[in-house]
Design a protein around this ligand. Sequence first.
Ligand SMILES: [Ca+2]
Length: 179
Amino acid sequence: MPTERGFTLVELVLAIAIVSIALLFVVMGVKRGGEQGNSALWQAKAVELANALMDEIHSKRYDENSALDSPCKAFAVSASLPDCSVTLGRDGAETRAVYNDSDDIHGFNTVDGGDTLEDLLGNDLESLRRYAGYGVSVAVGYAGGDFGRPTEDLKRITIDIFPPGQDNAVRFSAYRGNY
Ligand SMILES: [Ca+2]
């Protein structure tokens, strides 16, 4: 007649310990996956914001003095074109809704510059919650020398996106040619 044998206390404790350790690894894996998912989300939003601003900037004429379909005259370049402006940033009382050249947005700063995070239509992006807590800073400077061109022939656009909860900004840069 077969004898029935139960688990000893030691066996039970060992089994519980093994299951607990296994569960701990499962929880750690889920947590790590969640953190990576969160990271992908703010990175995607940072790219969206930077792309939108880059598109906005590239849709403007190069310089305050140039026409929509022609360049301005950079120093050291002889041509019957209007001189390039040497002033970066908004001209006069221009507001973002009427920015007309690629450097008007120079100095735009929602972090500590008093600007608000809006789209081109003036909608407050932070109030939509999709970009709540995000900050943006934009700098535009002459950079023709980077490619051996007259200084005013190129502008370097630098956009810093500050995702909420992150220590460092995500930086995006691009050049805009004099055309
Ligand atoms: Ca302007």
